[in-house]
Design a protein around this ligand. Structure first.
Ligand code: PLP
Length: 376
């Protein structure tokens, strides 16, 4: 009975062209348009070699073998946090994932009687934190600050704590927040501000807040290390008191094994080198300019503006067919469907990464255009 019920639900997903399964990535893909390794540090042999050359296998542990509050608070992680603090002039706390960092802040500091204003398109980890916290959730229209202000006006005053949550670069839409505007609203409506920088860390140096010198105005910043950081993990940048509070009350910080020292060492190395990766960011910008110009020439519409480019197809089946055709031609491209994005907005999500060759990108756009115009 149990498995039959599960199977029935899975059959429904199959009928909706919305069934997920793990795919084996074959080596013969000539071009990866699905990777979030925006600076391609994972492909950079010299960069990686410099890291491994400096590793002392006798000194570094591979596993942390304990939570941060017990045996897992290794020198590597403490040293990393100190270096982050020096750059951001605030306190930092390293987590094993961006997911845990996001949910921790929301669940630990906010509860019934409080209110959280969240951009409609915020990441699932943010929604999970919201659901667990028991706060009143108010979703505002994506990047629509008029709507956000309308909702702040209506609901803010009848609640105790108030938090606004936004991402910087949106993972499924490839657009970017107007951070000055959100900071101004936060101040005007006596709220706190949470900024998820999962897709901007590395791409915009130490992130959007850092680049715009707005770190001091933002209560919580989450730097995701799993994309532009070519790794995994998440860093919270926060006030010292808030940090101490998490050490005492943050369940996803307390009851988990600390990130491994070897992984932290790589994260630390990437972090240290962020300023020296300007040549990669320049190349990425060049690719962006080219890509958007070519899309325009081919009359391919997108609302994206950043290194993530979403082409909305709408229909699941059509979206699956287009991405399959592109994969069959050697381009690693995936369809994104609900519940990751709203129903009826299935899309081809493309990512640009710094080491892509310009002529190959141009050839891909020809192929993309061909497949899109064939299907629409
Ligand atoms: C915007 C955003 N926030 C948070 C996360 C979660 O980060 P992590 O993968 O490190 O758990 C992701 C992606 O995975 C993301 O895209």
């Amino acid at each position: 009975m149990f498995y039959r019920e599960l199977l029935e639900e899975l059959e429904v997903l199959k009928k909706q062209s919305n069934y997920r399964e793990l795919k084996v990535i074959k080596e013969n893909y000539t071009f990866d348009f699905s990777s979030n390794d925006y600076l391609n540090l994972n492909l950079d042999k010299k960069f990686k070699k410099n890291f491994t050359d400096d590793l002392d296998y006798n000194k570094i542990s591979f596993g942390s073998c304990g939570s941060r509050l017990l045996g897992g608070n290794h020198e590597e992680i403490r040293g990393f946090e100190q270096e982050i603090d020096e750059i951001f002039l605030k306190k930092s706390l390293v987590f094993g994932s961006g997911y845990d960092a996001n949910t921790t802040v929301i669940e630990t500091f906010y509860s019934k009687g409080d209110i959280i204003f969240t951009d409609r398109y915020n990441h699932a980890s943010i929604y999970d934190g919201l659901i667990n916290s028991g706060v009143k959730i108010v979703r505002y229209k994506h990047l629509d600050y008029i709507d956000l202000e309308k909702k702040l006006k209506k609901y803010r005053s009848s609640h105790k704590r108030s938090l606004i949550i936004t991402e910087s670069i949106y993972s499924m839409d490839g657009d970017i927040v107007d951070l000055d505007e959100v900071v101004s609203l936060k101040h005007r409506y006596d709220s706190q501000l949470y900024l998820d920088e999962a897709h901007s860390y590395g791409v915009l140096s130490y992130g959007l807040a850092y680049t715009k010198s707005l770190v001091g105005e933002i209560d919580f910043i989450m730097l995701g290390l799993g994309k532009g950081g070519s790794s995994n993990g998440g860093i919270l940048i926060l006030d010292e008191i808030a940090r101490s509070y998490i050490l005492n009350k943050g369940r996803k910080f307390i009851y988990t094994t600390a990130p491994s020292p070897i992984q932290t060492s790589w994260n630390r190395y990437v972090f240290k080198n962020i300023p020296s990766l300007e040549h990669k960011r320049k190349k990425l910008n060049l690719l962006k300019e080219l890509f958007y110009r070519k899309l325009k020439e081919k009359n391919i519409e997108t609302l994206s503006t950043e290194q993530i480019i979403s082409i909305i197809i709408g229909d699941n089946k059509k979206c699956v067919e287009i991405s399959s055709a592109l994969r069959a031609s050697g381009y690693l491209v995936y369809p994104i469907k609900e519940p990751t994005v709203p129903k009826g907005t299935a899309r081809i999500r493309l990512t640009l990464t710094a080491d892509m060759e310009i002529d190959k990108v141009e050839r891909f756009i020809e192929k993309l255009s061909h497949e899109l115009h064939k299907k629409t």
